[in-house]
Ligand binder design. Structure first.
Ligand SMILES: Cc1cc2nc3c(=O)[nH]c(=O)nc-3n(C[C@H](O)[C@H](O)[C@H](O)COP(=O)(O)OP(=O)(O)OC[C@H]3O[C@@H](n4cnc5c(N)ncnc54)[C@H](O)[C@@H]3O)c2cc1C
Length: 378
């Protein structure tokens, strides 16, 4: 019998499993897809930023940066972590929001600088196409990470410490018996003292098989890859007016997203392609944000499923003394994932104490309005 079975091999589940084996527990990680980091974690823009309204998120980002850095050193692949910096653009109706955020960041000791459009264009000539009345906030320490690579590196490191990983293993049901959890799926049942379900947007569906419900609603987020002419240099960009963000992706490509569809989607049947109106929005607005956008064209686009909670905070803790969950990423779980995953792995093992404000039972599992999680203000 394992001490812990972790279900879900995204950034959260892999980080949880790794933290648990580091405590010398016997742990098995089960992932439906053929490799770890294959679902939302593979589809993400990979932005890691300090531009967060909740101080707890800031602390999780800080811890996650260290874990990403350690994985990057282990992988020796320069594309795993790129220190690109991020510029956030505000139209005049939002200048005050950006100014307020800059003050908060300064108080938290995070390097941040406000630029007028003219100064921005001098600093980053590719951004000279932005409207003349914008205000820009420059965060030089923001990163882009490759979450799938992180998952692979972290899972490999954990394997060396005794983690068993089974991919292509879709858990069909969970059963809680007196002193154990029985996990049903292909082949023989897997039995453990405790289970941690870190199955992202599928977590609610999975715990329902054991008779539990969660305030978690899956929704759909889109991203596109655009081919660009070589020779452009620009940082990551987030435009508050359109909610479009752009991430450089090597000399000939960039990622561009917004595309958040704030209504519930079935994580097993949602459309995994980008919508035509998402493409239209990018075609209209991206050229007004970076000069590289003028001749860019969409090569590929996709959608992933993420999980909303009523208060936009994660659900980490126990539904039953043997069954824990880690979900409720609210669309920005890559930047906080290594730390939240680690916390949930240690909590599920009983090594870390439960945090009442993250208790998955703190809110009733009723319907609620899905709101974007990654915003400038609370
Ligand atoms: C288009 C897009 C862009 C994004 N951009 C960013 C960004 O720039 N920065 C950021 O911080 N976040 C971003 N996010 C959000 C981020 O991707 C998620 O918050 C994060 O990946 C959540 O990680 P996870 O491990 O909880 O979920 P997932 O990565 O989805 O992992 C859950 C895993 O559980 C597995 N699973 C499900 N059911 C079962 C089952 N029955 N049996 C076994 N395994 C199962 C799935 O196969 C999956 O691998 C973005 C998301 C999308 C879709």
């Amino acid at each position: 019998m394992y001490d812990l079975v972790v279900i879900g091999g995204g950034v959260w589940g892999v980080s949880a499993a790794r933290a648990a084996v580091e405590e010398n527990a016997s742990v098995i990680l089960l992932e439906n897809r053929d490799g770890v980091g294959s679902e939302a974690s593979a589809k993400a823009g990979g932005i890691v930023t300090d531009l967060l309204w909740h101080p707890e998120d800031q602390a999780w980002v800080e811890e996650s940066r260290k874990l990403y850095e350690a994985a990057s050193e282990r992988s020796r692949d320069v594309t795993m972590l790129q220190r690109l910096g991020m510029v956030t653009l505000a139209d005049p109706s939002r200048h005050h929001l950006l100014e307020a955020r800059a003050k908060v960041l300064e108080a938290r000791g995070i390097p941040a600088r406000l630029f007028s459009q003219a100064d921005l264009a001098r600093q980053f000539p590719d951004l000279s196409v932005t409207p003349a009345d914008i205000l820009a906030l420059w965060l030089p320490n923001d990163w882009h990470v490759n979450p799938t690579q992180y998952c692979q590196v972290a899972a490999d490191a954990a394997r060396e410490q005794g983690l068993e990983v089974r991919t292509g293993h879709r858990v069909s049901a969970l059963r809680i018996e007196d002193a154990r959890v029985v996990v049903e799926g292909p082949g023989e049942d897997i039995v453990a003292r405790r289970a941690l379900v870190a199955a992202g947007a599928w977590t609610r569906r999975l715990v329902a098989t054991a008779g539990y419900d969660l305030p978690l609603r899956p929704y759909r987020v889109q991203l596109a890859s655009l081919a660009i002419e070589p020779g452009h240099h620009f940082p990551m960009v987030w435009d508050l007016a359109t909610d479009i963000y752009i991430v450089p992706d090597g000399p000939r490509a960039m990622l561009a997203g917004d595309g958040t569809r704030l209504w519930e989607h079935d994580p097993d049947t949602y459309d995994q392609n980008g919508d035509p109106d998402f493409h239209d929005g990018l075609a209209e607005h991206v050229p007004t944000l970076v000069a590289a956008g003028e001749s860019a064209h969409i090569v590929n686009s996709w959608a992933g499923a993420v999980g909303a909670t009523p208060d936009r905070r994660p659900l980490v803790g126990f539904l039953d003394e043997r069954l824990a969950v880690a979900c409720g990423d609210n669309g920005f779980g890559v930047m906080r994932g290594p730390a939240i995953g680690r916390l949930s792995g240690l909590t599920a093992l009983g090594v870390a104490g439960v945090r009442p404000h993250l208790d998955p039972k703190r809110l009733p599992p009723d319907d609620f309005e899905i709101r974007p999680g990654f915003t400038l203000e609370d």
